[in-house]
Ligand binder design. Structure first.
Ligand code: COA
Length: 158
């Protein structure tokens, strides 16, 4: 596995994402963490803020590069010569959507394959929205995101 992409919204990055990033960084020569710009979701953090948090949390991984993309994921993969897309599977509920996405991507770009890593069970329930919701009601988010990210969330929510 030479060049791989781990795409997503990362609004914000959680321990669940970082688990997938650390494990796929061991499998790939270069791993691009791709933040989707043209997302239909209304984000809490700007793309620049998300890049900054991801760079901070992956600074110890020399083969990981944080980058943004617009448009189709497979076009992004082609533009950086990536052969592999990495996705995390948290539970059965992720499967149907991921299967459809990987099959569509493969149809459009047969040279790009998707691999799935099962999320560490510790983080199987996590999502960025859940973290934001707990933080919004002043709950403890220290088990979900690194301290630096938690601080940014608290700042953002006042
Ligand atoms: N740990 C914790 N949370 C995780 C996780 C993990 N391992 N894996 C996913 N999640 C969460 C995310 O935080 C996110 O939570 P949220 O909905 O509360 O924000 C949710 O699961 C799904 O998000 P994500 O993995 O970021 O995917 P996405 O659905 O936002 O984006 C893209 C997926 C970017 C890969 C996809 O939309 C895409 O490729 N878009 C480009 C357009 C395109 O090519 N479309 C055709 C595809 S067939």
């Amino acid at each position: 596995m030479k060049t791989a992409i781990y795409p997503g919204s990362f609004d914000p990055v959680t321990y669940g994402h970082l688990d997938i990033i650390e494990r796929s960084a061991k499998l790939a020569e270069v791993l691009y963490v791709g933040i989707l710009r043209n997302n239909s979701k209304k984000p809490l953090f700007s793309v620049e803020e998300r890049i900054e948090m991801l760079e901070h949390e992956t600074a110890h991984l020399p083969n990981v590069k944080v980058i943004t993309f617009d448009g189709l994921l497979v076009d992004f993969a082609r533009s950086v010569n990536a052969q592999v897309l990495v996705r995390g599977l948290r539970a059965v509920t992720d499967f149907e959507y991921e299967l459809q996405m990987s099959q569509t991507n493969r149809k459009i770009a047969p040279e790009v394959d998707t691999i799935f890593l099962t999320t560490n069970l510790k983080y199987a329930y996590l999502s960025s929205s859940i973290v934001k919701e707990v933080a919004f009601y002043q709950g403890d988010i220290s088990a979900f995101v690194p301290p630096y990210v938690a601080e940014k969330i608290h700042q953002k929510m006042g």
